[in-house]
Every structure is written in structure tokens, then in C-alpha cells.
Design a protein around this ligand. Structure first.
Ligand code: UDP
Ligand code: MG
Length: 314
């Protein structure tokens, strides 16, 4: 086969059910496209037969390139592994393996890339997910936007077409707690959005647990803003001011009125409130320390168990 211009990169975790549909749609896309395309499928330590299916496919179809991880590393690291292994010389098309991001959009993304953009990221116009999840996403992206020091586009996930030179930068970024959509924005160059309607999952349940989702949100906030730590010190200053004002009013009352009975309720309230503030402050510091701790270990981000690539370039 020809050296691929484009790599389609999709991480899969227990996606046995969606697998045949994914392959069918990507094959149709490749058959109709004049571009030289390879497909990098990453198995993120699935417990079903996803890994076996990937291996089979990569052995028999030279356009497929399998990357099997040693265990479940989570979506962001699986994607990191796939991006690092992909051979596409022009750009990488990052999609979810559950067909929520239609692969058929590649030609339109590619057109925008050719118009001089280095990153074409997808912006969700409409989501076909439950209202709770939708509201959560909506609020999170707006919060992140207001506190982040990098301009991270609203309502865009990892679904994007990324040029080779941006990919090379991403591959050189060693950070351990990864928030790829933020890192992608941080790199810079010319980036543009492409609006699309996010489909519902082709089959099965979401493979992101609530814990993983919250972890991702945390990485967004803590890795791309100084807001939490600033918020903490500002709250501290505010607390000191409030207590000073309180103290002064009590002194004035003492001076001008003969007898003052100060309530215990107020006392209790203040104690509880500021114990809470202190715990919050400690927790925020903890988040930073934790990140330094993990980074300082310098472990590899992910472990590739097996890479399956069966092709000869012409
Ligand atoms: N995924 C993964 N590792 C995980 C969780 C998810 O590789 O630990 C993959 C999953 O197979 C899918 C993509 O990441 O292809 C997005 O996950 P999912 O659809 O479950 O997330 P949601 O769309 O519900 O946010
Ligand atoms: Mg999904």
C-alpha cells in the first residue's frame, strides 16, 4: 500500500458490539476516498473480544494498524498511544470508536485542513444524550472557558483532524494527566471549528464511568487554569476581612453599649464555615501535589502490549 497520508485513530474499550459497524463504515469511507488512509485501532485493555477482532483485522487488511495496550489505561491515554503510533504523514483524524463521531465527515474536515488550518475540531451542535449529561457538559465547558488560560473552544471534544506538525508537538508533551482537547488548543497554529450533530452511540453503553468523566473534567480545570488556587487564596483573604469586620463591630458594640450577648449560633456557624474553607483549600493544594507526584515518577504514560501492522509500502 501507499504510505498513508491520513491516519484514522479510534480507541476501543469493550466495543465488540459496535466493531462490525465501525469497520463497515470506515471501509466504505476508504473505498470512496482518493486519500491514502490507514486506520489505527487501539484496544484499551478490553475484557471482551475487541483485541482479538483488532488483531485479526490488522493481520488480514493492510490498511488496519492495531495497537493493543497491556491493560485499561483510559480513553485519553489510549488516544495518546494511538496518536504516537499513527503513521499518517499529513494528518490524524481522531474519532470515538462508538460511531458517535461520524467518520464520513473526513472529506469535509480535510477540505478545511487544505484551506490552511492545522487543526479542524468538531463542535457539537446537538447532542443525542440524556438531559443530565447534556446539561453537565454544557455547564462544564462554560466554566472551563471562563477560568482557562488557554482558549479552549466550547463544546468540542477530541474529535478532530490534526496536522502532522501539531501531532509531532503533542507527541513531545510528556504530561501525565492528559486533557488532549486542551493540549491541542495550547499548541496553537491555525485552528477552526466544524459544526456537526453528535450521534448517539451505535450500540452498547458508554464506556466512560462517572468517575472517569469527573477525572477528565478535573484535568481540564486543574491543568489549564490557575483558578482553583487563586480562588483559594481569595477566599482566604475574604474570610480574614469578614472576621476583621466582625471583630471591629463587636468592639464598637462593647464600647457603646453596656452589655452585649453574642450568640453561640454565630460562633458555631463561623467555625463550621471556615473548617470547610480550610478543608477545601487543603484539597485544592492536594490536587496540585498529586499531579506533581504522578509526574515526578516519570513512568511511561501507557504500555503497548502488541502492535500489529502487516503491510509493505510501495
Ligand atoms: N474508551 C477507551 N477507554 C476507556 C473508556 C472509553 O478507550 O477507558 C473509548 C470507548 O471505547 C469509545 C471512546 O473511548 O470509543 C469514548 O468513550 P465513550 O463512548 O464510552 O464515552 P462517551 O461518548 O459516553 O463520553
Ligand atoms: Mg461515546
Amino acid at each position: 500500500m501507499k504510505i498513508p497520508q491520513i491516519s484514522i485513530v479510534a480507541p476501543l474499550y469493550n466495543e465488540s458490539e459496535t466493531f462490525p459497524m465501525l469497520v463497515e463504515r470506515i471501509n466504505a469511507l476508504m473505498d470512496s476516498s482518493p486519500l491514502a488512509i490507514e486506520v489505527v485501532l487501539i484496544d484499551d485493555g478490553s475484557k471482551d473480544d475487541t483485541a482479538m477482532r483488532i488483531r485479526q483485522l490488522a493481520l488480514t487488511d493492510e490498511r488496519y494498524h492495531g495497537v493493543l495496550l497491556s491493560r485499561n489505561h483510559g480513553h485519553q491515554l489510549a488516544l495518546t498511544a494511538g496518536i504516537a503510533c499513527a503513521k499518517g504523514t499529513e494528518a490524524l483524524f481522531v474519532i470515538d470508536g462508538d460511531l458517535q463521531d461520524p467518520p464520513e465527515l473526513l472529506p469535509e474536515f480535510y477540505k478545511l485542513l487544505k484551506e490552511g488550518n492545522d487543526v479542524v475540531y468538531a463542535v457539537r451542535r446537538k447532542r443525542k444524550e440524556g438531559w443530565l449529561k447534556r446539561t453537565g457538559y454544557y455547564l462544564f465547558y462554560r466554566l472551563l472557558r471562563s477560568v482557562s488560560y488557554v482558549e479552549i473552544p466550547l463544546d468540542s471534544g477530541d474529535f478532530a483532524l490534526i496536522s502532522r506538525r501539531v501531532v509531532d508537538v503533542l507527541n513531545k508533551m510528556p504530561e501525565e494527566s492528559r486533557y488532549l482537547r486542551g493540549m491541542r488548543s495550547w499548541v496553537g497554529f491555525k485552528q477552526t471549528g466544524f459544526e456537526y450533530e453528535r450521534d448517539a452511540r451505535a450500540a452498547g453503553e458508554s464506556k466512560y464511568s462517572l468517575k472517569q468523566l469527573l477525572g477528565l473534567a478535573y484535568n481540564g480545570i486543574f491543568n489549564f487554569s490557575e483558578f482553583p488556587i487563586k480562588f483559594m487564596s481569595r477566599t482566604g483573604v475574604l474570610a480574614i476581612l469578614i472576621s476583621l469586620i466582625y471583630f471591629i463591630t463587636v468592639v464598637i458594640k462593647k464600647l457603646f453599649f453596656v452589655q452585649v450577648v453574642e450568640g453561640f449560633t454565630a460562633l458555631l456557624f463561623v467555625i463550621i464555615l471556615f473548617s470547610g474553607v480550610q478543608l477545601l483549600a487543603l484539597g485544592i493544594i492536594g490536587e496540585y501535589v498529586l499531579r506533581i507526584f504522578f509526574q515526578s515518577k516519570g513512568r511511561p504514560l501507557y504500555i503497548v502490549k502488541e502492535e500489529i501492522i502487516n503491510r509493505e509500502y510501495i
